[in-house]
Design a protein around this ligand. Structure first.
Ligand code: DUR
Length: 298
């Protein structure tokens, strides 16, 4: 475990300049980033790199692999699960990268559309689904709805189109779906999973989501934080948005047919998607920036 002699409580970094949770420092992270949940998925994707420049696991469960693909540096970061992990990842990598960033999340989800386990869902937008805690514990707030559903935030349209086109070319267009993603603060209650150990009042949650957003296709736990932080990102000098983001999700759970993916099918999906995702990032031109995507810049 690294020794942290943090002198700044606002944004702690260690003596070598590494951030507190992701443990990345300037030079570790490329401008083109893929974020996944599962470290095995990160390792599988990294097999497509021509060369690995850096591999590092943090004491808080992040894994960074930076490599070269078609002469361009790309970083794959596995972050685990949930909104907080996405927040750590986006803020701490942003802090150590100069210039614009393009981030593709390649995660997993439950499908609430016709997509079946092993299919891919590209999230053209995302919204948050949060448990309305007070509804459950404050008798005066019983009239409030048990779940709070936010507005949708759009993915970067150009990056999304490029990703979706490439995924359709490699997977077949019938295996790739598009729509808005519900990003929940739990795998269980706020994704409409039913159980008897807690009061969740979520029997009607999935129909409510579909009624509010007719393009609702998926449920997961990270994309909205990524899209939200991209939307509010700003370059310190110009004030312009500094992060572009999009997301492709492997369907793990079919929430309509109640089916779950096999480990083999998940691996096949990763193998089919990796190059489409890397190529999407390689084609990013970062217009107006002076980035030189060559070996040695990470
Ligand atoms: N995930 C869901 N819901 C599903 C399937 C997958 O949230 O039904 C994603 C998001 C989270 C992890 O990172 O997988 C939870 O198993």
């Amino acid at each position: 475990m690294p020794v942290f002699e943090m002198s700044d409580a606002n944004f702690p970094v260690d003596a070598e300049g590494r951030t507190y949770h992701v443990e990345c420092r300037r030079g570790d992270i490329a401008n083109r980033v893929v974020t996944v949940g599962d470290p095995q998925r990160a390792k599988l994707m990294a097999k497509k790199f021509d060369k690995i420049l850096l591999e590092r696991s943090s004491h808080r469960g992040f894994l960074i692999i930076t490599g070269i693909y078609k002469d361009v540096p790309i970083t794959v970061v596995s972050i685990g699960m949930g909104l907080s992990m996405m927040d750590f990842f986006v803020r701490e990598t942003r802090a150590v990268v100069d210039g614009p960033m393009s981030i593709v999340r390649f995660g997993s989800c439950g499908s609430i559309c016709d997509a079946k386990p092993g299919n891919i869902i590209v999230c053209t937008s995302s919204y948050g689904i949060m448990r309305n805690y007070d509804h459950f514990t404050n008798p005066f707030k019983k009239a409030e709805s048990p779940y709070l559903i936010t507005d949708r935030v759009q993915a970067d349209p150009t990056l999304t189109l490029s990703l979706s086109t490439k995924l359709k070319n490699s997977m077949g267009k019938d295996s790739v779906f598009e729509g808005s993603n519900g990003c929940a603060d739990s795998f269980y209650g706020s994704q409409g999973r039913l159980g008897s150990n807690f009061v969740d009042e979520n029997d009607n949650l999935i129909p409510t989501l579909k009624k509010k957003y007719s393009d609702a296709v998926s449920l997961e736990m990270e994309a909205h934080m990524l899209y939200h932080l991209a939307a509010v990102s700003k370059d310190a000098q110009s004030g312009e948005q500094s992060i572009k983001a999009t997301c492709a999700l492997i369907v793990f759970a079919d929430r309509t047919g109640n089916e779950f993916i096999t480990p083999e099918a998940s691996q096949i999906a990763v193998e089919h998607c990796t190059e489409a995702i890397f190529n999407t990032l390689v084609e990013e031109s970062f217009k107006g920036s002076s980035l030189h995507p060559v070996e040695g810049s990470v």
